[in-house]
Design a protein around this ligand. Sequence first.
Ligand SMILES: *[C@@H]1O[C@H](CO)[C@@H](O)[C@H](O)[C@H]1NC(C)=O
Ligand SMILES: *[C@@H]1O[C@H](CO)[C@@H](O)[C@H](O)[C@H]1NC(C)=O
Ligand SMILES: *[C@@H]1O[C@H](CO)[C@@H](O)[C@H](O)[C@H]1NC(C)=O
Length: 523
Amino acid sequence: MRGKPSSRGCCWWFLVVVTLALVYDAIVYTVHKKTEKSEGAAPIPGPPGAIEKKYDDALKIAMQFFDIQKSGELGHSNRFSWRGDSALTDGSQAKLDLSKGMYDAGDLMKFGFPMAFTATVLSWAILEYGDQMAVVNQLDLAQDSLKWITDYLINAHPEENVLYIQVGDPEIDHGCWERPEVMSEKRPLTQINKSSPGTEVAAETAAALASASLVFKSDFRYSSTLLKHAKELFTFADKYRGSYSVSIPEVSTYYSSTGYGDELLWAASWLYHATGDKSYLQYVTGKNGEVFAQWGSPAWFSWDNKLAGTQVLLSRLTFFGNKDTANVGLQMYRKTAEAVMCSLIPDSPTATKSRTDSGLVWVNEWNALQNPVASAFLASLFSDYMLSSGTAKLLCNGYSYKPSDLRKFAKSQADYVLGNNPMRMSFLVGYGENYPQYVHHRGASIPADAKTGCKDGWTWLERKEPNPNVATGALVGGPFLNETFVDDRNNSMQAEPTTYNSAVIVGLLSGLVTTSSAVQSFT
Ligand SMILES: *[C@@H]1O[C@H](CO)[C@@H](O)[C@H](O)[C@H]1NC(C)=O
Ligand SMILES: *[C@@H]1O[C@H](CO)[C@@H](O)[C@H](O)[C@H]1NC(C)=O
Ligand SMILES: *[C@@H]1O[C@H](CO)[C@@H](O)[C@H](O)[C@H]1NC(C)=O
């Protein structure tokens, strides 16, 4: 743990400070832990406990939105009378089957970067909370939705250094308001390759496939295929470094990336969990960690920034890990994860001020609910790691907090989403008495028997009546900072749902639906 500061050139003093801080904390921590232990205060939850009905109901609703977003041939799995087969020829111009995957939001684009993130988070939720999903009969559905995306991602990667990262042209797509089932416009493909690299999207796709290889490990053949693609994509991402927002400037209108370092670390962390290969651990804790990890600076977890997720995921290794993982790099990830957690607990000395008056974490006007829900998912995980490892205390600038403080925060965000807010509105469509009626979603806004297409379909956007179809499980963008919400179909800032919102709310609700101990390893 002490390292060799003098060999680190300019940064030795930084490492000395950090090392001293770690040693000091470790002592304080041990003392605290001892005290707690002797009081027998660290409860370990064991197998799934009592089911909380509110979260059970909400989880069953949230899970359904993935079905609504499915592209391709739906077959028996279709649970919605107003959905049918669509985009069956996606990818055909490249002789690929890109018919599966999921539409991004209220539109009919397949954006690979956020879609892969959706898959990674859904995999993570299944790996951590699959037993809890199973007790409320949601595990099979979650796995089915995950596979719907990973089947697509495998097909989108036909050569080592080629990945198709988009189906559809946003200008064409957004020029229409139509049901996916009747779509007839051109669906051009966009690829990254050696000359136009896209490190963040290749790495996120690697993370998705590596994490899914763990979910599907009982299916040896599928799991190996996932892992093979994950490894190749990570190598492609790392070897040909460049942001897709730079290589292909057109992508930056919708999912512009602010950097690819976080995805490289996130992908390598997942590959380490999937393979146990130490080179991936060295990758994240060595020079790449120093360059990209922003140790010590908490960040918000989102489709664009995976640092907080990486810190929490790597914290598993320090909570449950074997001795050889006690390296300074991993300790830095753990420390930063703790800083994130301290920023979330409302009465911590380092609590973030980015909250509404009634306590919702609030960072962005667009899709405001992504950050609080994603943060609450991480808080739920961290709290369960603490409980399962018998770690009684989290120290925030000298103040100490319990796992239950993190879980309380996680519940507060979920409860806000489900209607405990000044608007008395549930932002999860289909849950509760009062939820958005004008969700910005083409399929939900157009009756299944409508004869309209691309252009004449706009009348359905403009119509004053509520949506004819309920977009069950959609987690819409959410409230403004002043806790108001304008339920208007053209208000895409607040009233549009996304598939990645569904991934984080499903993760959060799976964590809250009941309790169990966290597994020590995914393998
Ligand atoms: C590589 O990708 C870019 C950006 O999508 C594309 O314009 C170019 O045609 C691709 N190169 C090849 C050889 O297909
Ligand atoms: C919907 O909003 C867009 C801008 O976001 C605007 O250009 C368009 O005119 C609006 N349509 C209607 C019917 O209000
Ligand atoms: C709340 O905030 C939104 C967005 O900033 C603003 O348009 C609206 O007028 C505000 N409403 C009230 C009641 O202050």
